[in-house]
Each structure stands twice: as C-alpha cells, then as structure tokens.
Design a protein around this ligand. Structure first.
Ligand code: HEC
Ligand code: HEC
Length: 342
C-alpha cells in the first residue's frame, strides 16, 4: 500500500498527542536528551562548495590511482567508464542537451567539494565511510584527473579544493523567480478552518474544487462530479490493481434522506481514504468491508467516525481529520457510506 497516508495518520495522531501534552504540562515534552558535541560531529560531515567542512589533509592522483583500482574500478571501470550498468564517472562532455545526456562527475557535477563529500560519505558502495581522509583526497584527485580537470601531480588539499572549477559549474545558478506567484492576502482572506486537504494525500490530482466556507466541492461542478469521482477511483484502481466498486453510481433514490445529505460531506472529507480503501479504510461499495462493522450497531460505527478509531486495519482520525464538520454532517456521511456499501 501507499506509505504516505500512514504518515498522514501518524502525523494527525502525534499532533493530537503533542497538543495534549502541551495543555497538560506547560511547554515540556520530556522526550529525548540534547545531542552531545561528539554525536553532532559524527553527523556533521557535509562539505560546502567553498571548502568549509573539509578535513585538513591532501593527496594526489598518483597516490589515488592504486587505491581507485583496488577499491573502485571493479564497479566504475579502470577509466571511470563504468562496468556493466554501474555508474560512469568520466566522459559525457557535450551531451547534456542530448536526448540521453551522460551525466558524470566531469560533464555534470558543479563542484569538486561534492565529489569529496560523496566518496567519503558513500563509497565504496559496500563499505561507506571506510576510507581515511588521505585516501579520499587521493581518490578524489584521481577521479578529477581522469576527467582531465587537474594534472596527475596536483596536490589536492583542504586549502585548494574549493579553487577547482568544474566544467559545468556555470550551468548551475540560483533560480531567482518567485516560488509563490500570488501576492499575500492581507484582508478578507479565506477562513483557514474551512480549507481542506484534498487528495494530494494520495498523490493524485485533486478530485474536486473547494470553495471558501463550503464543506464540499463547489456546487457548479455538481453534475459532473459523481462521474469524475468514479473515473478517479477507476484510474487509481488501475494503478493499484484494486477492484473498482461500481456502487457509487447507486441511484440517489435508494438512499435515505440522511444519506443523501451526507453524500457531499463524504466526497469532500472521506472519499480520499474510503473511496479506494487507502491506509486500511473500509472501502465504500465493498460490502464485506462493512458488514461486520455495521453488525456492531450504527451507533458504535458513528461514534467511531466522530471520535476516531484505531481498529485492526488502520487509524480513523476523529471526523476524518475535519474538526470543522458538525456531528450531524459526519453522521450523515456515515449513513451515506453504509447505505452505499450493501
Ligand atoms: C560495489 C560497486 C561499487 C564500488 C566498489 C564503488 N562504487 Fe561508487 N557507486 C556505486 C553505485 C551503485 C553508485 C550509485 C549510488 C546511488 O546512486 O545511490 C555509485 C556512485 C558513485 C559516484 C556518483 C556517480 C554519479 O554521477 O552520481 C561516485 C563519484 C562514486 N560512486 C565513486 C566511487 C569511488 C571513488 C569508489 C571507490 C572508493 C567507488 N565509487 C566504489 C557502486 C560502487
Ligand atoms: C485519513 C484517512 C481517513 C479519512 C479521511 C476518513 N477515514 Fe474513516 N476510516 C479510516 C480508517 C483507516 C478506518 C478503519 C479503522 C480500523 O477499523 O482499523 C476508518 C473507519 C471508518 C468507519 C468504520 C468505523 C467502525 O466502527 O468500524 C467509519 C464509519 C468511518 N471511517 C467514517 C468516516 C467518515 C464519515 C469520514 C469523513 C468525515 C472518514 N471516515 C474519513 C480512515 C479514514
């Protein structure tokens, strides 16, 4: 199943728990211990393009050649050409705008610091962080040498690594376009509590249009909506290989007044999980997923929907995470779900 919805459910749960703690206990969480300087140093090994973070030391390609051949060539090839399907480390210049660009340290990487950082952190693939700083300097120099970026006797060190210019550096630049196009709202803005998470949750295109102050998709899209909802469920089912329920197309006439009133709430707040059975939610339209639950009595099922429920298949957040909905709206939605699942 998808990973995301689980994370979502856990987030809701922990938000609920944390806010509980804050209320009960001032602002103390009483969890964990501060990381020690040694612990931080163990993780803090990144190296910036300006050389900050480099360990003191040096090495050259002549030192690095033998190391490379024993530690790296089996996968990356004696000349960095890549054995089999292991990554290529050399060549590829001039291919970046081709249909199949060959991105290598030489053709693509903007900074030499990344190479040092990557090798120290992650290579050899089967024994990351096993190399000494001296070895990493030598091997880094050798890979740069194979890419004709430095001479074989160039003594690469913490002093000069940042001065090395990589061939593709200029094609990396800071994108200064604004990442948010709309101006900030300063007056008469949308009510935050009426906004909702649509189906970004399940990684699919939103299934409806949501308007300020509404509990459900905008009415103007009404006619098309049921159709769209079913199409969406089908599309999702094609991806996940699940069976599609057709019963969403049940005639509205078969539904009780309460259920009819709950349909829009369902689509706006519950469909995202219950439409496909995401995260262990009983799927609407799948009678077997509901029969035992309904057997416990509608009152219990409704109270689970209102108060939240952690059963054997997953976690149902209180009101599906929509605390802005009234008890009546959620109850109506439950009627719609149950009546659509015979
Ligand atoms: C067992 C095979 C293996 C060995 C040995 C190995 N590597 Fe790698 N290397 C890989 C794989 C696999 C990747 C891609 C990892 C990824 O993308 O997560 C990789 C990625 C790299 C990259 C990044 C390539 C790119 O353009 O993204 C560099 C640089 C690199 N290795 C250098 C080295 C060096 C230097 C050594 C020797 C110290 C070494 N590797 C040893 C398998 C190996
Ligand atoms: C984030 C996903 C999610 C959303 C959104 C969601 N549910 Fe659920 N719901 C679940 C899961 C998971 C279960 C199954 C829990 C179990 O039995 O382990 C469930 C179970 C239920 C049940 C069965 C309870 C029982 O007693 O077996 C009802 C009824 C229900 N949900 C109603 C709703 C309604 C009404 C909404 C919208 C207002 C809603 N749900 C929104 C995930 C969700």
């Amino acid at each position: 199943m998808f990973k995301l919805p689980n994370i979502f459910a856990v987030t809701l749960l922990s938000v609920a728990m944390v806010s509980g703690v804050v209320q009960a206990d001032g602002h103390k969480y009483n969890l964990g211990a501060p990381a020690s300087a040694d612990e931080i140093a163990g993780w803090d090994i990144d190296i910036r393009p300006d050389g900050m973070g480099l360990p003191v030391g040096s090495g050259n390609a002549l030192d690095g050649e033998a190391e490379y051949e024993t530690q790296c060539a089996a996968c990356h090839g004696v000349f960095g050409e890549g054995e089999g399907r292991w990554p290529v480390l050399t060549g590829g210049e001039g291919t970046l705008s081709d249909e199949r660009p060959v991105k290598t340290v030489g053709s693509y990487w903007p900074y030499a610091s990344t190479l040092f950082d990557y090798i120290r952190r992650a290579m050899p693939f089967t024994a990351p962080m096993s190399l000494s700083d001296k070895q990493v300097y030598g091997i880094t120099a050798y890979v740069l040498y194979m890419n004709e970026i430095i001479e074989e006797d160039f003594e690469l060190s913490n002093e000069n690594l940042a001065t090395i210019r990589m061939p593709n550096e200029d094609n990396f630049y800071v994108d200064d376009r604004p990442d948010v196009k709309n101006p900030r709202c300063m007056a008469d803005c949308a009510d935050v509590s009426s906004m909702m998470l649509a189906s970004s949750l399940s990684g699919v295109t939103p299934i409806g249009h949501f308007v300020e102050g509404a509990d459900a998709p905008a009415a103007s899209h009404e006619g098309q909506h049921n159709l769209e909802t079913q199409k969406e469920a089908k599309r999702k089912a094609e991806i996940t290989g699940e069976e599609v329920s057709e019963s969403l197309s049940a005639e509205p006439a078969m539904l009780s007044v309460q259920a009819q009133a709950g349909e829009e709430v369902y689509k706006g707040a519950c469909f995202v999980c219950h439409g496909s059975g995401l995260a262990g939610a009983p799927k609407v339209g799948d009678a077997t997923a509901w029969v035992e639950r309904v057997g416990q009595g509608m009152n219990l099922v409704i109270s689970h929907a209102l108060e939240g429920y952690s059963g054997s298949t997953g976690f149902m957040p209180p009101k599906g995470g929509r605390m802005d909905l009234s008890d009546e709206q959620v109850t109506n939605a439950v009627h719609f779900m149950v009546e659509s699942s015979h």
